[in-house]
Design a protein around this ligand. Sequence first.
Ligand SMILES: *Cc1c(COP(=O)(O)O)cnc(C)c1O
Length: 392
Amino acid sequence: MKRVYLDNNATTMTSLEAAKEMVRFNSINYGNPSSLHNFGLDTRPELRKAMDRIYALINAADEDDVLITSGATEANNHVIKSVFYANTDTSTPLSVRKNHYITTNLEHPTVYNTFQYLEKLGAKVTVLPSDNNGLISAEQVKKALTDQTVLVSIMLANNEIGTILPIKEITKLCHANGILIHTDATQAIGKFPVDVQDLGVDYLSFSAHKFHGPKGIGGLYVRKGKRLEPLFHGGEQMASLRAGTLNVPGIVGMGVAAQEAVASLEYEATEVKRLRDKLENFILKNIPDTFLNGDKVKRTPNTLNIAFKDCEGEALLWDLNEHGIAASTGSACASEELESSRILRALGIDKALSHMAVRFSLSRYTTEEEIDYVISVLPGIIKRLREVSLGR
Ligand SMILES: *Cc1c(COP(=O)(O)O)cnc(C)c1O
């Protein structure tokens, strides 16, 4: 049976080059870089090479920090809780402590749920509502600012619908008001150029397994001079900001993936987008009662979220899977529950239709033949499911 993987926003295949390098650092160069013997010392130049590649991926300056984490979940939790801790620290004078945070209803659960938790600890949080296209404007942020606002956290690109938010403009606004800005760039890296100097953000999160690196490794960019509290206390790794033995195979694997991601950006913008558009145009033109979710233009080149009226999303996924095609109804974490997507509801899509949406997410490994195969089987699947659901 064919196997077509169109769920790259949930995770990607680790590139062969990245996987090969990781084997070497698990089995031959397995030393702990903190050790003072050659097993440890030998890993240090390799780590430096990998870090250089990771810095280049986001154009970080030498003086900036990139904290290696277990992924974007940790990076998002780390930065948001760090700012909260710094502002509740009893050694910080009461007069300079602030307690208001701004985020959006489009955020990944790792940001959204972290703020919900902090609210229980006393933080004041404004959750900006998305418009019907899945966009947030700088104007909305401006209206929500108060003299108590300390941090704005807004994603660069959305995982379910792919919309790209105006972070550069929002950053200018924040900085004009002395407010910190964090962006979750997990769905942007490898899909379009991400440049921390151009964006100007103070903190930025990313995760290797979303750009053909290994799982369980990612990072938090911290602009020079910006405060960060440790989340894990312990050893002195990562300047005592993140205790724990360095995941050397993971860092090296992420370094290779970072280099390949930069080299593939042009291909993403042209070929991956062409294949995504081919699938999108076919569905919208040839399958009646189908609706694109999210902005058609301000969107990552690989993502397609479509509602098929009178066709239950979970049933469609099942049938696609029977044909060897992997897609998703939303974020991988949410699809285990039968709740409809919070993101689609944020777009104002009615509840019934939000249950009929499917996300196809491509990668640089997606082939034209695979897209043609999907195009050849999809109309039949939809027709049959609609006959069942409409009782015809
Ligand atoms: C996948 C994802 C995360 C979580 O990343 P992990 O590395 O799997 O913890 C966070 N934010 C967004 C937007 C994501 O797509």
